[in-house]
Design a protein around this ligand. Sequence first.
Ligand SMILES: Nc1nc2c(ncn2[C@@H]2O[C@H](COP(=O)(O)OP(=O)(O)O)[C@@H](O)[C@H]2O)c(=O)[nH]1
Ligand SMILES: [Mg+2]
Length: 179
Amino acid sequence: MANYKIIFTGPVGAGKTTAIGALSDVPAMKTDEAASDMTKERKGQTTVAMDYGIMKLNGEERIHLYGTPGQERFDFMWDILTQGGLGLVLLIDNSRLEPFRDPHFFLDAFREFIGRTAVAVGVTRMDEKSTPSLEDYHQEIGNLGWPSLPVMEVDARRREDVSILVQSLLYSLDPTLAD
Ligand SMILES: Nc1nc2c(ncn2[C@@H]2O[C@H](COP(=O)(O)OP(=O)(O)O)[C@@H](O)[C@H]2O)c(=O)[nH]1
Ligand SMILES: [Mg+2]
């Protein structure tokens, strides 16, 4: 049986826990706890360790889905979580005051991992705030030195959206993995 691993990252509230729950074919594990810091202004619960789910592909293949904690003070977890990973899904919350800050920060923080693997970017909450546009993100991310990353609109609550995002990541790694 082939086992693969992909990692979801992005700021608090971008939809990592929701996306893994929507995609997983088994009940997803999450380690949300009551938020104790400034995070609680955005929501009452936050992921302190990680999320985990499993996506079954055709046949015996399994993709293990890991979500990083959003807050920077847990960044010591990121190296551990990316070990053996196929690639990265970066979720960006479009309703944030300065949404471009997050692709800058996360693409830089995971630069070495992405350089060895691949990344797909999903922009969430575009239903709540439509700007910046996907075109704006393409341009901004291109200016950061990543000219051809897949960037798409995603509602993390919709399995279909998250599935397309993951398929695009798999396709950029190995077209035979995506079905
Ligand atoms: N309106 C809207 N809500 C979303 C979207 N994506 C995620 N959410 C909601 O955002 C909240 C935070 O998501 P969560 O998965 O906990 O974020 P995490 O901190 O990245 O794990 C949840 O209530 C989700 O249902 C989206 O595209 N639109
Ligand atoms: Mg979470």
